[in-house]
Design a protein around this ligand. Structure first.
Ligand code: C5P
Length: 218
């Protein structure tokens, strides 16, 4: 069996990496793992049992027992779960418990796909340092928080844009400052700044990079 073509997309919240990862996986017929779902899932399960995200042992236990089947239908996209996810994600025991699943996914993409796209914060640096192509997707904080605010608005019409901005800045700071697997661009990652790019333009830029690698790999 050929080694899967692995594409890593890392970057801060609402940078566009999730949408790009989905478009890329559909275009190339690759599997897609949104690794934030795992951390959100652990946080959601922990909150559901009344646990404290900052209390390490409980989060690590939930992460060791984690199974995606446990969060089917769970509302993990709220900003509260996002904030709790970034707290549990700073715990090395939580990260260690989720690492193997992510690596296995990349090495053996489901449905015999010939490649996998993983998006998160540490894919190019820790989970798949040997990824075939790496992107670090970013955008200005105001642009990102505006995008996230628009996404949340239907469910939470009362939400102030400034609240979303403050939450996003706090979460990015926590993700970038943690000692284990901080959010950082891999040295060999392509930087993709989507501040002034439509999703179509960002997707086209990503495709140019990936197609170039395909050509070089033959
Ligand atoms: O990408 P998303 O916003 O769903 O991620 C939620 C949180 O999960 C992030 O703020 C981050 O703390 C954590 N995370 C991580 N490593 C990843 C993916 C997500 O630490 N690979």
């Amino acid at each position: 069996m050929q080694t899967p073509f692995v594409i890593a997309l890392d970057g801060p919240a609402a940078s566009g990496k999730g949408t790009l990862a989905r478009l890329i996986s559909e275009h190339y017929g690759f599997a897609h793992l949104d690794t934030g779902t795992l951390y959100r899932g652990v946080a959601w399960l922990l909150l559901a049992e009344g646990g404290d995200p900052a209390e390490g042992d409980a989060a690590a236990r939930v992460a060791r027992e984690f199974d995606t089947a446990k969060i089917v239908g769970a509302d993990i996209r709220t900003k509260e779960v996002g904030a709790a996810a970034s707290v549990v994600a700073a715990d090395p025991a939580v990260r260690a418990a989720l690492l193997e699943f992510q690596r296995r996914y990349a090495a053996n993409p489901p449905n015999s796909a010939s490649g996998a796209v993983l998006d998160g914060r540490d894919i190019g640096t820790v989970v798949c340092p040997e990824a075939t192509v790496k992107f670090f997707v970013t955008a200005g904080a105001k642009v990102r928080s505006h995008r996230r605010w628009l996404e949340l608005l239907d469910a939470r019409p009362e939400l102030e844009e400034s609240t979303v901005y403050n939450d996003l800045i706090e979460r990015d700071a926590r993700d970038a400052a943690r000692s284990d697997a901080p959010m950082i661009a891999a040295d060999d990652a392509e930087l993709l700044d989507t501040t002034h790019l439509s999703i179509d333009a960002a997707f086209a830029a990503a495709r140019r990079v990936i197609d170039g690698v395909f050509r070089r790999c033959g």
